[in-house]
Design a protein around this ligand. Structure first.
Ligand code: S3P
Ligand code: PEP
Length: 452
């Protein structure tokens, strides 16, 4: 019997809400980092790509409970995978190289889920992708992946490189170029597809390659499922032979660095002491670098094994860093920049414009509403720190979980409460975010709305 798939709203909060963030005088307590978003999507997809008749079921231990994780589970079930949720684990019976043909998949607002599945869709005679987030995922570019799939011989139809999209396989594989300058997810998608093709893939990543860390997480996932791959040190060439079955019995999802970066920043900008466990020191998530960035800014963070202890309230100073290595922590670290002496600049962050919102211009607009001095170029974001923020206004969450995290952190340090619209979108990656901060002493009000 397949258990019902997780309902992302089973958290006691209204379906749609604004959050009122009350100023906090300190944060104190211990938390365990939530499961990694990027490893959850990867491990679940790879589990579905095993052939259950030869491999048996795969137990993915400790899966995320976010909307993105639910979206992946839903799509894999629609494609014919057997999915059973047992406690915090997902037990998957995979369809191997044969996802059901003719299915329409809705990955919600999950970019990685949509793109990874579009790669695997080339195994089917046709799969259609739609989204119920036309203003977010519906606006994000898919053309670079579609072009690579078309070069491999797949049929593709799209709305000018955007959803809705139909992909028709099969393809044989071989050598193919894919642009990696707007997103790494296109190359990752092809890497998941490669082992199940007769000829594998010899991938040439073109352009100024962005987000190398997630590419390494994809290689790491393939290795965990017994797939051989070779990659040049700069990842511009990735070779994966064909006819390699995915194989695994159990994989364990590590803790999530991008979401945890927001907790670490909260702990650094307020007095108190916060311990955060379940964060491996040896980990390929680029957002692990948030720890080093915060330390460089002056935060007091100590590591003992998988646990980080932050003693907050230290004076912070500005840094200039290439943000591409920790793309999903730039928003959270911008809250530290807002209270650091001097001007912090995140360089090489153009791809932030292509996420759930334009994380450069939209961030500048929201921070300016709060009285901060912010500037942008096409490829960078600079924030001048302030000693204090008045708060007492309403800011726009832009339907973006990472924007909501950033604004929440600013609200915790403001003088008066800060209202953030559309705060329910936090569920995309970190449904427990507000509850976790409440456990540390923060106070929120959840104001029910009717706005999706
Ligand atoms: O591969 C992944 O799981 C991800 C890759 C990154 O995207 P880009 O490669 O588009 O930068 C990251 O921002 C996203 O949250 C998850
Ligand atoms: C951009 C993100 O996710 P995705 O691209 O998977 O939608 C994110 O988690 O910040």
């Amino acid at each position: 019997m397949t258990a019902p798939l997780p309902h992302a709203h089973a958290d006691g909060m209204p379906d749609t809400f604004d959050v009122l963030v009350h100023p906090a005088s300190e944060l104190r307590g211990t938390l365990s980092a939530q499961p990694s978003k990027n490893y959850t999507t990867r491990y679940l997809l790879a589990a579905a790509l095993t052939d259950s008749t030869t491999n048996g079921p795969v137990r993915v231990i400790g899966v995320a409970t976010s909307e993105d994780a639910a979206a992946m589970l839903r799509c894999l079930a629609d494609w014919g995978a057997g999915i059973e949720l047992v406690g915090d684990d997902a037990v998957i019976r995979g369809f191997g190289a044969h996802p059901k043909a003719g299915v329409t998949l809705n990955p919600g607002n999950a970019g990685a889920v949509a793109r990874f599945l579009m790669g695997a869709a080339a195994l089917t005679s046709h799969t259609t992708f739609v989204t119920d987030y036309p203003d977010s995922l519906g606006k994000r570019p898919q053309g670079d992946l579609l072009e690579a799939l078309a070069r491999l011989g797949a049929g593709v139809s799209s709305d000018a490189g955007k959803l809705p999209i139909t992909i028709s396989g099969p393809v044989r594989g071989g050598m193919v170029e894919v642009s990696a300058e707007r997103s790494s997810q296109y190359a990752s998608a092809l890497m998941f597809l490669a082992p199940l093709l007769p000829s594998g893939l010899d991938l040439k990543l073109t352009g100024d390659i962005k987000s190398r860390a997630p590419l390494r997480q994809t290689l790491d996932t393939l290795a965990a499922y017994g797939i051989q791959a070779s990659a040049s040190p700069d990842l511009s060439r990735i070779r994966i032979a064909g006819n390699q079955p995915y194989r695994a019995e159990r994989v364990m999802v590590p803790g999530d660095y991008p979401g945890s970066a927001a907790i670490l920043v909260a702990a650094a900008i307020l007095p108190g002491e916060v311990r955060l466990s379940n964060l491996r020191e040896q980990d390929l998530q680029g957002e692990k670098e948030a720890v080093a960035v915060l330390r460089e800014m002056g935060a007091d963070i100590e590591r003992s094994g998988d646990t980080l202890t932050v003693r907050g309230g230290q004076p912070l100073s500005a840094v200039t860093r290439d943000g591409d290595g920790f793309t999903d922590a730039v928003q959270a670290l911008s809250a530290a920049a807002a209270f650091a002496g001097g001007t912090t600049t995140w360089e090489n962050v153009f791809t932030l414009r292509l996420k759930e919102c334009d994380r450069i211009s939209d961030t500048r607009r929201e921070l300016e509403k709060l009285g901060l001095s912010v500037s942008e170029t096409e490829n960078s974001l600079s924030i001048s720190g302030a000693a204090s923020l008045a708060g007492g206004i309403t800011v726009n969450g832009h339907g973006d979980h990472r924007m909501i995290m950033l604004l929440t952190l600013l609200g915790l340090r403001a003088e008066k409460p800060l209202r953030i619209t559309g705060a329910h979108h936090i569920r995309k990656s970190y449904p427990q975010f507000f509850k976790h901060l409440e456990e540390l002493g923060a106070k929120f009000e959840y104001l029910k709305t009717d706005t999706k």
